[in-house]
Write a protein that binds this ligand. Structure first.
Ligand code: CDP
Length: 241
């Protein structure tokens, strides 16, 4: 198919400005059997995250006597994408699981839970670009809901270059037809961005554009962070009443 115009009269295809996130919805504690869970929508992305643990690790030889072992599984439901996805892990989901686990590991206080395991399962029910970042946002909230001690929170968002412009939180058409896509995850501590926990890019951008993209991602991440915090507060304040 021929590439459509992605920016018309200074607006994106869905009417957003360059620095605007898609609508976000976050619900905490949606699964009864998980220790922590979160349902998250970011535009048309629909994500469920479930956290189990800290709990005993099986098989036992995988245990670490000094700290908890973290496992993260990103999975796309066969019906989540336009062209049915074959069920089960593929190269893409194995890679996303690995980098996402590595993004989360530094915030989790693993030393507090020797010999135990913390399992994070993230299911993409509907995908529309930016699923790895949306999944990380949901996983962070689910970890908090599970009561896992953390040094901060991981909040993620992608930026893209489309029709020569750097834009926040690209949707499917922008991801597909744009010039570049750059997911970024930040470690946020004491209400401030402390470091970058994940940074990937495909396509091509100038060094200046990458810098601009990171600044834009920081702004977007702070907005998402406030929503993550609000969602957690909403659940726990309500429970206390
Ligand atoms: O989702 P994310 O942007 O983190 O990863 P991606 O590999 O850049 O994929 C971008 C989008 O392509 C996904 O969010 C899906 O909407 C779509 N996709 C798909 O339609 N079928 C797949 N097997 C994988 C991705």
């Amino acid at each position: 198919m021929e590439k459509p115009k992605l920016i018309v009269d200074g607006k994106r295809l869905d009417g957003r400005g360059f620095e605007e996130l898609r609508p976000i919805k976050i619900e905490v504690g949606v699964l009864k059997r998980a220790d922590g869970s979160c349902y998250l929508e970011m535009g048309k992305n629909k994500i469920i995250a479930a956290v189990y643990g800290p709990r005993e690790v099986h098989p036992r030889h995988l245990q670490d006597p000094s700290k908890a072992v973290i496992r993260y599984r990103y999975n796309m439901a066969p019906f989540s994408v336009e062209e049915r996805k074959k069920p089960g892990p593929d190269r893409r989901s194995v890679e996303i699981s690995k980098v996402s686990r590595e993004a989360l590991e530094p915030v989790i206080m693993k030393e507090l839970f020797p010999r135990s395991g913390i399992d994070v399962f993230v299911e993409v029910l509907q995908a529309d670009a930016g699923t790895r970042t949306a999944c990380l946002n949901a996983a962070s909230v689910a970890l908090i809901d599970a009561g896992v001690m953390m040094k901060g929170i991981v909040t993620a968002v992608a930026v893209a270059k489309v029709d020569g412009q750097i834009v926040l939180d690209p949707m499917k058409e922008e991801d597909f037809y744009g010039e570049a896509d750059m997911p970024v995850a930040f470690l946020i501590r004491n209400d401030q961005i402390e470091s970058i926990a994940l940074l990937q890019m495909d396509g091509r951008m100038t060094v200046e554009e990458v810098k601009k993209g990171i600044e834009l991602a920081k702004k977007g991440a702070m907005e998402i962070y406030r929503m993550q915090r609000e969602a957690v507060m909403k659940k726990y304040v309500k429970e206390e009443e």
